[in-house]
Design a protein around this ligand. Structure first.
Ligand SMILES: *Cc1c(COP(=O)(O)O)cnc(C)c1O
Length: 732
C-alpha cells in the first residue's frame, strides 16, 4: 500500500466565515510557529482567548465566538494582513524552487528519516523536555525552509512533560498534563477501512499497537506514535504517556517502539528512506529492524551490516558515560531472543552489537549500537567531539584517539523561531527584504554597522519591557487565585522594572549546570545587585527532572536567595520554563549567563537564541561558546582549562564571574552613555555579537553541514548500492 491510500485529511471541524476560512488550513501547519505575522492574526481576533489557549491556533478556532470572527471579517486592516499571510503560506508550501532543489536537482527523490525521542516545536505541544527536543524541532523547521526531503519520527506523549510549580519553601511540584489531540495541530491517520492507522511491535512476547499521528511542520511531516489505543492492555496504553521515566522496562519498550515501530510506520506510509538519522541513541533499535529487513531479503549478515552502516547517521549529545542509555543483558534476552533466532545470530554475536563493559559487568548500550552501525557519527561541538572520542576510544582500541571516527557538527538554532519579530522588521529595512535567504552569510552581516544605535536600543528596550510586563502579569494572576503566598509573588517578579541591567539564567536544573555558582558568596552578590547607581536583576528559570533530588535541592537553594529580602526582589525565579518562557527570556534580558562545569555542556543552544536577539553571552568556555567567543562579542567566565579538583574549579569560576560582572559588564552597561542616554559601547558589543554569531550558530549553517558531511555521502552510497545488488540477494 502506499500512503495515498490513507486518510490524512485535515479535520475541518471549524465553522468559519468563508472570507477567512483558510485560517483552518493555517492552524494545522506549524508554519505559524516561525511566522509571527500568522500568529498575530489569531491574537487580533480575540487576544484574551489567544492567551487562554496558550497560543494554540486549533484550540483557538474551536472555541472562538462567532461575533469575534464576524468582527474580523469586517475589519479592513485584518483582512489585509490575512490575505498577506495566506499568500505567503501558499507561496511557501507550493515553492518549486527550494534551496535544495536548486542545488541538488538529481537528489529530490531521496528521503531522509530523522528519529528523535522528543521534538520541541511549540509551547502548545509539550512533548519535549529540553534542549535535545528543541534542537530536533529546529532541525525539522530548517529542513522545511531549505526544502530537504526529510520526515521526522517520534512520540506523542499523552501526558506531555510536566508543568512546574514552586512551593513557598522552594520545593518543585509537578503537575501532569493531558494532551487532547482534537485540540492540537495533530492529525490522527485513519485506516482506509476505518479505525486508526496502526503499527505493532512485539514486547516480551505480547503484541503492542501504536496509532500514528501526523504533525505538519511547514513542508516536513512529523509522525508520532501513541499506544493509547483500545487494542492494548491498560499498562501498554500508558507506555507513551510520559518522557524519560526511570523505569528501565518502560524505557526499553519505548525504545523498541520508536526504533522498530517507527521504521514500520514509515514503511506503512510508503516511505523508503535512503538516509537514517538517529538524534541520540534512543532510536538505535532501528538498526536492528534494518538488519532484519536486509536479512529477510536474502543478504548475508555482513552485507546487511555494511549497507546499514553506509546510510546511518548518529548524533551523540551526551558527554558523560552515566548519561548514556543501556540495558542489562537479561532484559535484552527478554525482549530480543526471538530476534537472535530470526537473524540466525547466537546471543553473543547479537550482544556484541551493543556490548559495553562496565565495572559492574556487561550491558547493552544504545550509543554503542548506534556507533557500531553508523558510518557517520557526530558530536555537537568541537570540544564535545574531543570528549566523545576519548569516551568511546575503547570501541576502537587499535586507533589513536584523534583517529576515532566521531567528528562534530556544532548545533544551531532556527532563526525564524527564536528571533523577535521586531528584529526581523529592522533587518528587512537595513539588510534587505531577502535577508533570511542569506542568514548564514557572514558578508551580509557586515551591514549591521549601518543600523543606527538608537534603533537597536529601541528594540532592546521594547523586548525587555515585554518580559518585565509578562512576569508582573503572571505574578498578578497567581496572586488573585489565592494560591500564592506574598513571598511567591515577589519571587515571581512583581518588583522587576525595565531599566536595570537584567541577567537571565534558564536551563534544566542538573548539578553540573551549577545554577548556584553565582550564590557562592551571597553577600557579594547582594552588594552587586543592590548598588543604587547601577542595579542588576537576575531572572532564574528551569525544571529539574522529577526524580532528580539533587536538582530539586538546587532549585530550593536558588529560591532561598530569591526570597531573601536583602535582594530587594531583584532575584527572581519564574516557574515552568518552556518554549514560551524561553522565548520571552532570550529576547528580553540584557545578558545570558551559563555556568556549566566544563567540559560537561555538549553544546548548549539557549545562548545562541539569546545572541539572535542582541543579548550578550556571559558564559563558561564550554560547548558552543568556546567556538563563538572572540573576546569582543560577550564575556567568558573562567579559563579554558581542565581541572582535576571540582571544588577548585567552582571557586575559580565564581571569582572570575564576580570580577567580570563588577569590573566590565556593569560599568559598560551604565557607563558609555552620552546625552542621548544610549550606551554606545554596549551596542557596539551587541553588533559584534550579532554579526559574528547569527550566521555561525543558525540551523541554516548546521543543516548545510549535515547535508554535506553526512546526508550526501549516505545518499551517494545508497545510489551506488542500488546499482550493485548484493551477493546474497542474487543467491536468494
Ligand atoms: C533552548 C531550550 C533549552 C536548551 O537550552 P540549553 O542552553 O541547552 O540549556 C531547554 N529548554 C527550553 C525550553 C529551550 O527553549
Amino acid at each position: 500500500m502506499d500512503m495515498s491510500s490513507f486518510v490524512r485529511e485535515t479535520p475541518n471541524h471549524f465553522s468559519l466565515p468563508r472570507r477567512i476560512a483558510r485560517l483552518g488550513d493555517l492552524a494545522y501547519n506549524l508554519w505559524w510557529a516561525w511566522n509571527p505575522e500568522a500568529l498575530r492574526l489569531f491574537a487580533r481576533i480575540d487576544r484574551t482567548l489567544w492567551e487562554q489557549v496558550y497560543h494554540n491556533p486549533v484550540a483557538f478556532l474551536r472555541r472562538v465566538e462567532r461575533r469575534h470572527l464576524n468582527a474580523a471579517t469586517n475589519d479592513r486592516y485584518f483582512l489585509e494582513s490575512y490575505d498577506a499571510v495566506i499568500y505567503a503560506f501558499d507561496q511557501y508550501m507550493n515553492e518549486e524552487n527550494t534551496w535544495f532543489k536548486r542545488n541538488y536537482p538529481q537528489l529530490t527523490n531521496q528521503q531522509i528519516a530523522y528519529f528523535s525521542f522528543e521534538f520541541g516545536l511549540h509551547e502548545s505541544l509539550p512533548v519535549y523536555a529540553g534542549g535535545l527536543g528543541v534542537l530536533a524541532g529546529d532541525h525539522l523547521k530548517e529542513a522545511s525552509d531549505l526544502g530537504l526531503p526529510l520526515a521526522g519520527v517520534g512520540f506523542y506523549y499523552t501526558q506531555g512533560y510536566f508543568s512546574q510549580r514552586i512551593t513557598e519553601d522552594g520545593w518543585q511540584e509537578t503537575r501532569n498534563l493531558y494532551l487532547n489531540y482534537e485540540e492540537l495541530p495533530v492529525v490522527p491517520l485513519v485506516h482506509p477501512e476505518g479505525g486508526p492507522l496502526m503499527v505493532s511491535v512485539t514486547l516480551a512476547g505480547r503484541k503492542v499497537f501504536a496509532r500514528i499521528l501526523q504533525i505538519q511542520v511547514g513542508r516536513v511531516p512529523l509522525f508520532l506514535l501513541d499506544t493509547d489505543v483500545e487494542s492494548n492492555t491498560l499498562a501498554d496504553r500508558s507506555l507513551t504517556a510520559r518522557l524519560y521515566t526511570s523505569d528501565q522496562e518502560v524505557r526499553i519498550s519505548q525504545e523498541i517502539l520508536l526504533g522498530i515501530g517507527g521504521l514500520r510506520a514509515l514503511r506503512l506510509l510508503g516511505y523508503s528512506p535512503t538516509v537514517w538519522h538517529m538524534n541520540e541513541g534512543h532510536s538505535a533499535f532501528l538498526t536492528i529492524q534494518r538488519l532484519r529487513e536486509y536479512v529477510a531479503q536474502g543478504f548475508s549478515l555482513e552485507e546487511a551490516k555494511e549497507r546499514i552502516r553506509k546510510t546511518n547517521i548518529f548524533t551523540t549529545h551526551t558527554p558523560v558515560p552515566a548519561g548514556n542509555d543501556e540495558f542489562p543483558l537479561w532484559m535484552m534476552d527478554k525482549y530480543f531472543s526471538h530476534v537472535y533466532n530470526e537473524l540466525k545470530m547466537d546471543r553473543d554475536l547479537f550482544i556484541d552489537l551493543g556490548r559495553n563493559m562496565q565495572e559492574w559487568g556487561e550491558t547493552f548500550s544504545m550509543p554503542v549500537l548506534a556507533l557500531r552501525l553508523s558510518e557517520k557519527c557526530n558530536a555537537v561541538s568541537e570540544l564535545h567531539g574531543r570528549v566523545s572520542r576519548r569516551m568511546w576510544h575503547k570501541l576502537w582500541a587499535d586507533k589513536k584517539e584523534n583517529d576515532i571516527p566521531i567528528f562534530h557538527i556544532t548545533n544551531g538554532v532556527h532563526v525564524g523561531t527564536w528571533m523577535a519579530r521586531r528584529w526581523r522588521l529592522l533587518f528587512e529595512r537595513y539588510l534587505g527584504m531577502d535577508w533570511m535567504d542569506n542568514l548564514d552569510d557572514p558578508e551580509m552581516w557586515m551591514m549591521i554597522d549601518s543600523i543606527p544605535d538608537a534603533e537597536i536600543w529601541a528594540v532592546r528596550r521594547h523586548l525587555k519591557n515585554k518580559l518585565v510586563h509578562y512576569a508582573i502579569e503572571r505574578a498578578r494572576r497567581h496572586w488573585v487565585t489565592g494560591e500564592a503566598h506574598p513571598v511567591q509573588v515577589v519571587a515571581g517578579g512583581v518588583l522587576l522594572e525595565p531599566y536595570s541591567l537584567t541577567i537571565g539564567f534558564a536551563r534544566r536544573f542538573a548539578t553540573y549546570k551549577r545554577a548556584n555558582l553565582i550564590m557562592r558568596d551571597v553577600d557579594r552578590l547582594i552588594r552587586i545587585i543592590t548598588n543604587a547607581d547601577m542595579p542588576v536583576q537576575i531572572i532564574f528559570a528551569g525544571k529539574a527532572h522529577p526524580a532528580d533530588e539533587p536538582g530539586k535541592l538546587l532549585i530550593q537553594q536558588v529560591y532561598r536567595a530569591v526570597k531573601d529580602s536583602r535582594a530587594g526582589g531583584r532575584l527572581v525565579f519564574l516557574e515552568d520554563y518552556d518554549m514560551n518562557l524561553a522565548r520571552l527570556l532570550v529576547q528580553g534580558v540584557d545578558v545570558w549567563m551559563n555556568t556549566p562545569r566544563r567540559p560537561n555542556e555538549a553544546s548548549g543552544t539557549s545562548g545562541m537564541k539569546a545572541a539572535m536577539n542582541g543579548v550578550l553571552n556571559f558564559s563558561v568556555l564550554d560547548g558552543w561558546w568556546r567556538e563563538g567567543f572572540n573576546g569582543k562579542n560577550g564575556w567568558a567566565i573562567g579559563e579554558e582549562k581542565d581541572y582535576t579538583d571540582p571544588n577548585e574549579q567552582d571557586e575559580r569560576d565564581a571569582q572570575s564571574l564576580y570580577a567580570t560582572l563588577e569590573n566590565e559588564i556593569i560599568p559598560l552597561y551604565y557607563g558609555s552613555r552620552a546625552g542621548d542616554d544610549i550606551p554606545h559601547a554596549w551596542i557596539e558589543r551587541i553588533k559584534e555579537s550579532m554579526r559574528t554569531l547569527i550566521p555561525q550558530f543558525s540551523t541554516r549553517r548546521m543543516l548545510k553541514e549535515y547535508l554535506q558531511q553526512a546526508y550526501l555521502p549516505a545518499m551517494e552510497a545508497a545510489v551506488q548500492m542500488e546499482a550493485l545488488p548484493g551477493e546474497g540477494k542474487r543467491s536468494n
